[in-house]
Design a protein around this ligand. Structure first.
Ligand code: B16
Ligand code: MG
Length: 214
């Protein structure tokens, strides 16, 4: 086996919470009179909540915003986002994703999560995915978010595996950079395939099994 473990990004790979992030940021941006499109939202993939707000505020033309106010906006955005998450359930994970995770586990791969999100545990629980993973490395455990490698190195550490034996699955450019900086190969899906920087490209999630076992 070329790899012993697979570390999955969450948002944009296993579940499509990216659309809920977009709607929650859009609500805040509209309130502040800032233009915010789905293309702008792509820049926020894999990036922490705090850094995402700073990116959105690049287009803000009003009075300077105090750190306290920023904190308030972050809380407001997260509350809107959590309302959407509370509606999620088992059906938000495709059969293809669930079956592929099972096939990989049965084939002997160790599975982990490497997500920038501080809502990871809640999302996994809502979608009944918690038991699929041996280790969860997320936004609550790190001080630097993607493109820094910290979240993936933490996942490897939790599994007690060598970074070189781990494959990362990512939808974000920042995640591809982070995985390479951690000394890991990356399989890109969705937006992350565009740069051509990944070691493997998935046109659909189940291709992952063929890449690993084919
Ligand atoms: P939260 P991932 C990332 O998740 C999202 O892609 C990114 O848009 C978000 O800002 C970040 O989590 C933080 O999320 O506000 O829930 O802590 O792609 O790394 O799974
Ligand atoms: Mg992602």
């Amino acid at each position: 086996m070329q790899y012993k473990a697979v570390i999955f990004d969450l948002d944009g790979v296993l579940v499509f919470t990216d659309k809920y992030h977009y709607l929650a940021w859009k609500k805040l941006a509209d309130k502040l009179g800032i233009e915010f499109t789905e293309k702008d939202n792509d820049r926020l993939r894999g990036v922490s909540r705090e850094e995402s707000l700073d990116i959105i505020l690049e287009k803000y033309k009003g009075e300077p915003i105090s750190p306290e106010k920023k904190k308030e906006y972050l809380e407001e955005k997260n509350n809107t986002y959590r309302e959407s998450l509370s509606e999620m359930n088992r059906g938000d994970v495709s059969d293809q994703v669930r079956q592929t995770l099972k096939n990989l586990k049965d084939a002997g791969y160790r599975l982990a999560i490497g997500s920038s999100s501080k809502n990871t545990a809640y999302i996994l629980e809502r979608c009944e995915l918690t038991d699929c993973f041996e280790a969860v490395s997320d936004g609550t455990m790190i001080t630097r978010s993607k493109p820094d490698p910290e979240v993936f190195l933490k996942a490897a550490e939790l599994l007690s595996e060598n970074p070189a034996d781990c494959l990362v699955v990512e939808d974000a450019d920042a995640g591809v950079t982070a995985a390479h900086a951690a000394g890991m190969d990356v399989a890109a899906i969705g937006a992350a395939t565009a740069s051509g920087r990944a070691d493997h490209e998935l046109s659909k999630f189940e291709d992952l099994y063929d890449i690993l076992e084919g």
